[in-house]
Write a protein that binds this ligand. Structure first.
Ligand code: SF4
Ligand code: SF4
Length: 381
């Protein structure tokens, strides 16, 4: 079973995005010693394939020396494990030197861009767009693959068509992220995307995607359709992530996910102590994550989508209530809306009004004229 380790070299970030929930001014930068200890810890912790994602804060703040040492240290230290890497960055600090280091390991890059320049800079800070584009060009010129995530907020959702067209026009894959309530802000809900609006946005994007099939990829819709088709989650939000995802903070603290990094109550251990799974399982945070899993089994028992939703993201459910399990992920409303819509359309395509299966396989000339859910479900991700 592959697992995922998110390395958070720092929680610091040069940008000041309005709805940010994960950066921390003055955060230290991870030492190479901590990377070494992470490798030593993982040598005995478990021996499956592992993906490392460098995340933040802004991970490029760690600088080229850090990556020049860290990447071979991990790849060689865990050779034979099928090690893969990924990087999530705003790209401001990308340099040809860094890009060459990442290219050696063929590291795919995820970056953040909310839409056209005016809208993006209003949400993410003045000058953001140009700085990200500069880094994007360097990354691309050095052969790196970059995909952008667009955070939809209570504000930008009003401009959903402009955002979709912006991605379409640029020939970029669209991946969306709903703005979460920022636990570091005095007005946590100000930018957060309302779950009902989020559900409607997903249905809107499903329609736009089908309308523009072959011209753009909308990753969330691909994943949601795959979830329904295979009846299992295909992204972390829709699987039981606990026990298979870990994050290591700048000081070596181990958390259940990058979203909890910097919150002391969610520390499960430290890489410098090389904890076993049993050691981590004794921590409060580990127990809480597994209590959430049990809670979902009970609370979502009657839901038709439980197999491929699994109660959504535990962070969304338990962080805003200060670690108390009071309900499932508040975006449940959105998940139900889109999973229901995909299921209904799929059944309709499959059985049609006549109750035959012909339409689904393109045998009905009327239906074959425009792509349907089935065409997304059968796409290779
Ligand atoms: S806590 Fe949420 S974001 Fe983190 S791995 Fe789990 S589902 Fe994904
Ligand atoms: S859609 Fe809602 S009720 Fe259904 S499994 Fe997901 S979180 Fe639970």
């Amino acid at each position: 079973m592959p697992f995922h380790v998110m390395l958070i070299p720092t929680l610091g970030c040069p940008s000041k995005c309005s709805y940010c929930w994960s950066s921390e001014v003055g955060s230290p930068v991870m030492s190479i010693e901590t990377v070494k200890e992470t490798v030593e810890w993982l040598k005995t912790f478990r021996d499956d394939a592992v993906t490392f994602t460098f995340h933040g804060g802004e991970p490029l703040l760690a600088g080229p020396d850090f990556y020049r040492k860290a990447l071979p240290m991990i790849a060689k230290g865990l050779s034979g494990r099928n090690v893969a890497f990924a990087l999530q960055t705003n790209l401001w600090l990308m340099t040809p030197e860094l890009a060459k280091i990442f290219k050696e390991y063929n590291i795919p890059i995820g970056s953040s861009l909310d839409g056209p320049k005016g809208l993006n800079d209003l949400q993410r800070s003045k000058g953001y767009y140009d700085k990200t584009m500069k880094g994007y060009k360097i990354a691309r010129d050095n052969g790196l693959e970059v995909k952008f995530i667009s955070t939809f907020t209570s504000y930008s959702v009003k401009y959903k068509e402009d955002i979709f067209n912006f991605f379409l026009k640029n020939g970029w894959t669209l991946k969306l992220h709903p703005a979460l309530p920022s636990l570091r802000s005095d007005e946590p809900e100000k930018w957060a995307l309302d779950p009902e609006e989020y559900g409607e946005l997903l249905v809107y994007l499903l329609d736009k995607y089908l309308e523009n099939m072959g011209k753009i990829d909308v990753m969330n819709i691909d994943h949601l359709c795959k979830c329904v088709f295979t009846r299992r989650g295909t992204v972390c939000t829709f699987v039981d992530c606990m026990g298979d995802t870990f994050a290591v903070g700048p000081d070596g603290s181990i958390y259940p996910c990058y979203r909890f990094v910097g919150m002391p109550k969610y520390v499960m251990g430290n890489v410098h102590d090389h904890p076993s799974k049993e050691d981590l399982a004794r921590s409060k945070a580990w127990k809480l994550m597994f209590q959430y899993k049990k809670f979902v089994d009970k609370s979502c028992k009657e839901c038709a989508h439980i197999k491929y939703c699994r109660g959504g993201c535990p962070y969304n459910a338990i962080a805003p209530t200060d670690g108390k399990i009071k309900g499932v992920d508040p975006d449940c409303v959105a998940y139900k809306r889109i999973f229901g819509e995909i299921t209904d359309r799929f059944n309709n395509e499959l059985f049609g009004a006549s109750g035959t299966e012909s339409a689904a396989f393109g045998l009905d000339p009327m239906r074959a004229a425009s792509p349907g859910i089935m065409s997304i479900m059968l796409k290779k991700l």
